[in-house]
Design a protein around this ligand. Structure first.
Ligand SMILES: [Zn+2]
Length: 246
């Protein structure tokens, strides 16, 4: 009997991965090349890219990443703060909401009144000569109310489809993550996610709900995600360009 001499298949040239660095889940692109002799890390507007020799071992990769963990997290934070220029809180400002843009309009001050959408305009009842801080506060308040409603509806829709039951949907203000999920079933979603297009909101919700089935990022986890969100790869790429992990 001949035993076929088979060479181990080479690892993929480009891969998308996740790693926990300094307590933060960081997704990165691993690129392998036959020309490289060392492992190099690069951080830019697309996030972290790791360039490695074709057959670099997992152990080596890990040790380099863990060694540079603080640097990576710090750099990613810096990129994140540079991205998405802050909204200028003034009449006529453009307000992103569910992937669309609305125009901020200051209206007569009304005690206890909340901002409201009318067509393409977000009316903010803080008085026409309100200061930036007051406008920002009112709009953020509005964002949070809307975010909770949008996320809850979305979670309800996908929970029944995925046959999971989250205990609670809450808002978070995490700067480096769109969402998280605890073993107790509490899903937290960054309220700023409500600025993004609906398909990206769907993906993040599906991702967190999938953790109720698989508390990891194993191939089994991604299968659960894919069943509810077939174009999740594209969504991840879009979200990555915003520099915040799912
Ligand atoms: Zn996850």
């Amino acid at each position: 009997m001949f035993k076929a001499l088979r060479r181990k298949a080479p690892p993929p040239v480009v891969e998308q991965r996740n790693i926990l660095l300094s307590g933060k889940e960081v997704s990165y692109t691993l690129k392998r090349s036959g020309y490289r002799r060392s492992i190099g890390l690069r951080i830019d507007d697309r996030g972290l890219t790791v360039n490695a020799p074709l057959r670099a071992s997992e152990k080596w990769l890990h040790s380099v990443l863990l060694d540079k963990a603080d640097w990576v997290v710090d750099k990613l934070d810096t990129w994140e703060s540079k991205r998405a220029p802050p909204i200028e809180w003034a009449d006529g400002a453009r307000i992103p909401f569910r992937g669309e843009e609305f125009i901020l309009q200051l209206t007569q001050k009304k005690r206890g009144a909340v901002a409201q959408l009318h067509g393409g305009v977000l009316q903010v009842p803080v008085g026409i000569d309100a200061e930036a801080a007051a406008i920002g506060k009112s709009v953020t308040h509005w964002y949070r109310i809307e975010a909770l409603q949008v996320f809850r509806e979305c979670a309800e829709h996908f929970a029944s489809q995925m046959n999971v039951s989250p205990r609670e949907i809450k808002l978070s203000t995490a700067r480096t993550q769109w969402g998280s999920c605890t073993v107790q079933g509490v899903v937290r979603l960054n309220w700023q996610l409500v600025k993004m297009p609906l398909h990206l909101i769907d993906y993040v919700v599906v991702h967190e709900l999938a953790h109720l089935v698989e508390m990891n990022h194993s191939p089994a986890f991604w299968q659960v995600v894919e069943r509810a969100c077939p174009d999740y790869r594209q969504c991840r790429a879009e979200l990555r360009s915003c520099g915040v992990a799912e």
